[in-house]
Design a protein around this ligand. Sequence first.
Ligand SMILES: [Zn+2]
Length: 263
Amino acid sequence: MLIIHILGVLLLACIAYLFKKLSLSGMMVAIVIGVCIALGLGLEGLFVLAAFFISSTFWSSYKKNLKETEIVEKDGRRDGWQVIANGGVAAFCSLLFLLTKEPLWIGGFIGALAAANSDTWSSENGSLSKSSPYHILKRKYVERGTSGAISIQGLWAGVLGAFFIAATGTYLLYEVHFNGILMLILLFTISGLIGNLMDTLFGAVYQVEYRCTICKRTTEQLKHCQRKTVQIKGISFVNNDIVNLACTLTGAASGTIIFVLIS
Ligand SMILES: [Zn+2]
């Protein structure tokens, strides 16, 4: 059966590459992550990963022409670092489950993916928001797509995104009675939101930001208007991938802790 699961992973990764949703490095990392998840959590784990990947890719592509693309560093194709930042922690939890058979690592797995999904749904929907988002540390309204800013539309999408993975993951991976399932879904939704909140706060404080010397816009890009940009905030190596890694690690930690507390 494992061979069939791995073939499924290869097929999905190749389709994502052909449709330009993953770069070559992104495809290779996705295959490694998929195999780790197949080994630890089988077909059910892969379904949860697919629920994250397919729904996030959908929201990233949705109304793409209306989104602000000047600010962010990378294009729509996810590269290897982006895939590690979003799926690496979940793959690691899956391997820990394979080695220990402790159900708390399933909690970490669901928490990590719920956080990644919550963050992707909220940033992709938030950038379509009609009103300007509010920056939690600067305490003012800023340009759409800025890290550390929150909009109502993005917040709701984040709640639904966390819930979507919490529900799919709990249903497929935990065999508990009905009341138990509802409780776990609620708690993993909260884990995902905690991860998303960490992403916003960590991004607001530490994520590197540059300013274009020509058009004076704030950006994550090293070059703008064909000129080198100047750093105005954050730590130089803390890009969006590091922030996403903090998000998924926090989601996994909350999922694990919550699971230990209730069991
Ligand atoms: Zn510029």
